[in-house]
Design a protein around this ligand. Structure first.
Ligand SMILES: CC(=O)N[C@H]1[C@@H](OP(=O)(O)O)O[C@H](CO)[C@@H](O)[C@@H]1O
Ligand SMILES: [Mg+2]
Length: 566
């Protein structure tokens, strides 16, 4: 008897001797070994949708800030969040959106494991068997409709990998909605809109136009008559963010009454230029503007990454010195502004705000949040899914990775409180109107460079600040991020939100000994979840000390990680 699953999978045989793993941001590696993974992700997404009685599941084909020859795939949950919470939804598949967000019971990453297993099955028959085993294990009725929404970034391999996904979905008899090119956050937005359409929690119109209209309208409302000063130059990493930002601009106030945006590095015709010498990762890692930048002194600039889910700001001062305003800065700016709005609207007795960071957050940013803003800070492992989950536990959770990934999320109860609150004075009403507009401006599903960028512009306009004033809120500790090539990065195991190594034995003690000698020194090492390397981070009171500390820890890791090489 014909087996459509095995037949679909047989069209895309796996590459020899590659072991796939669903990492920090899904499956991500060289595009030429991903065909089989794509088809199988189609199967997993179909199963997931069926487990949720036909809810839309998202598939995003992207490798974000990685080189043009890479690609990857991420699965997106019904509310636009990441795979981690799948099991929550499995335990409570019939409850509504509100119930689910309030429920914190789930076992970590069960479905990520299933996806990894699926990707590593060797024969089409084994894949088909695994598909049925998952259905059995989770009592999934394979007759239930499955619905999957897909988008991709502008990589050359995207079209081929999309056809693999579509074959997988066809094999599983799933309905597929292909949005073509979208930014990652736009795809998350579509998933959430499609699943909430017609409900009390309707998120917006599930179209590109709906996305632009929502952002454009909220931006105008949030500005509340204030005018951003000067212009903003946006480096789009030669990725999908370029054409999408150009479209979004049509929905923003005209430049005379709003913000003048210059779109640069938006060459999607040459996919080989994606993320090359430009984009958020280049700027953050090299701590300098893209070489192509023509920005003058004090010009406001920002860079997106290849799939437009992260943004960082920067400028050169009058002495030609480069200054970076990264994710930590965006978090502190947003937390201070939203905290003020909550207070000014009279809501501070009912709502609390918190900030979530990773170990890569600059120590000065953490101090500023605790000491100046007097807010709670949580530290999670690297990866947006962990930050998002921690932020979900707060009334208003501001979460950002230092590299510019992040957003602000409002709990369901908070949204209700904000919606129902009756202001008691004109001042309270004004603050409340702006707060409500910010809720609509901020992408609640996932960190979104375009939405975050507009939020920053709103805040700067309200505070009447340029980047220099924003920068002067605190001084970053000089820091350095290095990548160490090791024989097998899996031997590096961490604890305490990845801030301490438990294996190999003794390595953490060596790091501690060195760190102790450095003024304001902090350093840690962890295996990357997206690249074959161990990352070393170091910060200290001065640039020279930070660099020196990073080098010393680099050596420790290199020695510990060089196994069996003469
Ligand atoms: C230090 C760093 O920037 N790490 C990045 C990087 O993860 P690694 O696990 O460090 O490779 O890629 C992730 C996905 O894009 C991103 O979430 C994370 O912040
Ligand atoms: Mg990205």
């Amino acid at each position: 008897m014909a087996d459509p699953i095995a037949e679909a999978v047989a069209k895309h045989p796996p590459a020899q001797s590659v072991v796939y793993s669903y990492g920090t941001a899904g499956f991500r590696t060289k595009a030429n070994v991903l065909d089989s993974v794509m088809a199988r992700c189609g199967l997993v997404a179909a199963l997931r949708s069926r487990a949720l009685k036909g809810k839309w599941i998202g598939i995003m084909i992207t490798a974000s800030h990685n080189p043009p020859e890479d690609n990857g795939v991420k699965l997106v949950e019904p509310l636009g969040n990441m795979l981690t919470v799948w099991s929550t939804l499995l335990l409570y598949p019939c409850c509504d959106v509100r119930m689910r967000t309030r429920t914190n019971r789930y076992t970590q990453e069960e479905w990520e494991v299933l996806a990894t297993e699926m990707a590593n099955k060797s024969s089409p028959e084994e894949v088909s068997k695994h598909y049925r085993a998952i259905a059995d294990k989770f009592h999934i009725d394979l007759q239930t409709p499955a619905r999957v929404v897909i988008a991709r970034d502008t990589r050359a391999s995207g079209a081929r990998l999309l056809s693999c996904v579509l074959n997988g979905l066809k094999g599983a008899s799933a309905e597929a909605k292909d949005f073509g090119f979208l930014t990652t956050p736009q795809l998350h937005y579509m998933v959430r809109c499609l699943n909430t359409e017609g409900t009390a929690d309707a998120y917006g119109a599930p179209t590109e136009k709906g996305y632009y209209e929502k952002l454009g309208e909220a931006f105008k409302r949030a500005l509340h008559g204030k005018k951003p000063s000067g212009s903003l130059t946006v480096d789009c990493a030669n990725g999908v963010g370029g054409p999408k930002l150009t479209e979004l601009i049509k929905y923003l106030p005209p430049k005379g009454e709003g913000l003048e945006i210059f779109v640069v590095n938006d060459d999607v015709i040459k996919p080989e230029s994606l993320n090359v010498e430009c984009g958020a990762d280049f700027v953050k890692t090299n701590q300098r503007a893209p070489p192509s930048s023509k920005a003058g002194s004090n010009d406001r600039c920002c860079s997106l990454d290849g799939d437009a889910d992260r943004v960082i700001y920067y400028f050169k001062d009058s002495k030609n010195m480069f200054h970076l305003l990264d994710g930590d800065r965006i978090a502190t700016l947003a937390a201070s502004f939203l905290g003020d709005l909550v207070r000014q609207s009279g809501l501070s007795d009912s709502l609390t705000l918190g900030v979530v960071q990773t170990a890569y957050a600059n120590g000065a940013a953490t101090n500023y949040v605790v000491q100046n803003l007097k807010l709670k800070v949580d530290c999670t492992p690297t990866g947006v899914k962990y930050l998002h989950h921690a932020a979900e536990k707060m009334d208003i959770g501001v979460y950002f990775e230092a590299n510019g990934h992040g957003t602000v999320i409002f709990s369901i109860d908070t949204l209700e409180t904000i919606a129902k609150y009756e202001p008691r004075s004109p001042a309270q009403k004004e603050a409340l109107d702006i707060l409500r507009a910010c809720v609509d401006l901020i992408n609640q599903a996932v960190g979104d460079a375009l939405s975050d960028m507009l939020l920053v512009e709103v805040i700067l306009a309200h505070k009447n600040w340029g980047l220099q004033e924003w920068l002067s809120t605190y001084d970053d500790l000089p820091n350095r991020l290095l990548k160490v090539k090791v024989t097998d990065r899996r031997i590096f195991e961490t604890t305490d939100a990845e801030r301490r190594l438990v294996k190999p034995k003794g390595v953490q003690d060596d790091i501690d000994t060195i760190v102790k000698k450095v003024r304001q020194g902090r350093s840690f090492a962890r295996a990357s979840g997206t690249e074959d390397a161990v990352r070393v981070y170091a910060e200290a009171a001065s640039r020279a000390e930070a660099d020196d500390l990073a080098q010393k820890v680099y050596k420790i890791i290199e020695t510990a990680g060089t196994v069996g090489v003469a």
